[in-house]
Design a protein around this ligand. Structure first.
Ligand SMILES: C[S@@+](CC[C@H](N)C(=O)[O-])C[C@H]1O[C@@H](n2cnc3c(N)ncnc32)[C@H](O)[C@@H]1O
Length: 377
């Protein structure tokens, strides 16, 4: 493949995508075919694999000519496993992201581990064809011990419920129907931080899904948790997760609300209900660049409502998983939201996704999760 745009520098720095419109007309190739990418000047830039239909025509694998795709993939899977296993105690946490695509130099494939089950997601037909029988490679990794591999595209056909551990807490995961493959693994470290700061606090978990943040808060000594998610099955699962871990759902210490988070906040504000720690982790508000202005407006409104129910001096944990929204813009929406509620937000710090979701600096598209933590006065 020969480039017609001058992308040599970005590819050499590790950017893993070549868009179709950056290429000189290319011959017809099969999905997954290994291609050599040449610069505008005809010089060798690297090796990638081909996708016939995606706007990303080639995903880069290496900048060395000698790269052997079969050996290379096996080695990178092993390296990704080593990285995870160096930091995770499987007896405590057996749900994690083994392969985070581009950042693990395995572009276009994501692998999540849930106990002895792995789920695989391919970004397009090119990746699916290139990686071929990745299940065999995953199963061969003795250190992780995967017994079954589920293709995320084919899910929904079977009842796939598994129980996993995360920092010693037990979660039931619905691999067949759950969002994002069952558990939002990227928030693991942020859930642990909430747990470590929840003692003696009343905690509100907005967009709480299956109760992850609430469960950590309860385990960390929160005096009360309220979990809000508009999805009824998620709230039912949150309740079951509490019970599974030995927390009562029958008293006033744990509330579960299958309602719209904005409505819940309006009512709480009106009724004078206040919390010492509020978590807001909504779904992505911007699907593409064009959606950005509306997304920023929605974040601001959400943060106004959320700040209003934080007791003076309490903590706000505000997250965004919209990759279109930058960290600074997002923090600004928290600050402006709080101000619109007549409050002040001081930023203590920001966090990102857990360590098993690494980021390539040359590929900022991969950095999507942001969490702003601060005090609301
Ligand atoms: C990013 S996920 C939250 C993940 C969760 N914090 C965790 O750690 O597992 C977003 C959740 O927001 C819920 N949701 C979307 N719109 C909502 C709304 N308007 N009100 C309440 N929940 C909503 C979805 O059902 C989904 O469970």
């Amino acid at each position: 493949m020969r480039l017609k745009k001058d992308l040599a520098r970005s590819i050499r720095r590790g950017h893993p995508w070549v868009y179709r419109d950056a290429l000189a007309p290319a011959p017809e190739l099969e999905d997954g075919a290994v291609v050599e990418v040449l610069g505008k000047d005809g010089r060798f830039l690297g090796i990638g694999f081909w996708d016939r239909r995606s706007p990303i025509a080639a995903r880069m694998l290496a900048t060395e000519r000698e790269f052997d795709p079969v050996r290379g993939v096996a080695e990178r899977l092993a390296a990704a496993a080593t990285l995870r296993l160096a930091r995770l105690e499987l007896a405590q946490t057996n749900a994690f992201r083994w392969v985070h695509g581009e950042a693990d130099r395995l572009p276009g494939v994501h692998v999540d581990v849930y106990g002895d089950v792995a789920t695989v997601r391919f970004d397009g037909a090119g990746a699916r064809a290139f990686y071929g029988d990745v299940a065999a490679l995953l199963g061969a990794e003795q250190r992780i011990g995967v017994k079954r591999v589920i293709d995320r595209e084919a899910r929904g056909v079977a009842d796939d419920r598994v129980e996993v551990r995360e920092n010693g807490l037990i979660f039931a995961v619905d691999l067949a129907h759950g969002q994002k493959g069952g558990l939002f693994l990227d928030q693991r470290e942020n859930r642990a931080e909430v747990g470590s700061r929840a003692r003696g606090r009343r905690v509100l978990n907005l967009f709480g899904y299956t109760g992850g943040f609430s469960l950590y808060a309860a385990a960390g000594g929160a005096t009360r948790t309220d979990t809000v998610d508009q999805a009824r099955p998620a709230i039912a699962a949150a309740r079951r997760n509490f019970e599974r871990n030995g927390f009562s759902v029958a008293d006033e210490r744990a509330g579960f609300h299958a309602v719209d988070a904005f409505d819940f906040l309006e009512r709480a504000r009106r009724d004078g209900v206040r919390y010492d720690l509020v978590i807001s982790d909504p779904p992505s508000f911007a699907k593409n660049r064009a959606g950005l202005p509306l997304a920023l407006k929605a974040y601001r409104r959400l943060h106004t409502l959320a700040a209003a129910v934080v007791a003076p001096g309490g903590l706000l944990f505000a997250a965004s998983c919209s990759s279109q929204v930058g960290r600074a813009e997002f923090v600004a929406s928290v600050e402006a939201g709080a101000r619109a509620a007549g409050r002040h937000f001081t930023l203590e710090g920001t966090r990102g996704a857990a360590f098993d979701h690494p980021v390539v600096p040359a590929f900022p598209e991969g950095e999507y999760l942001k969490l702003a933590i601060g005090v609301v006065r």
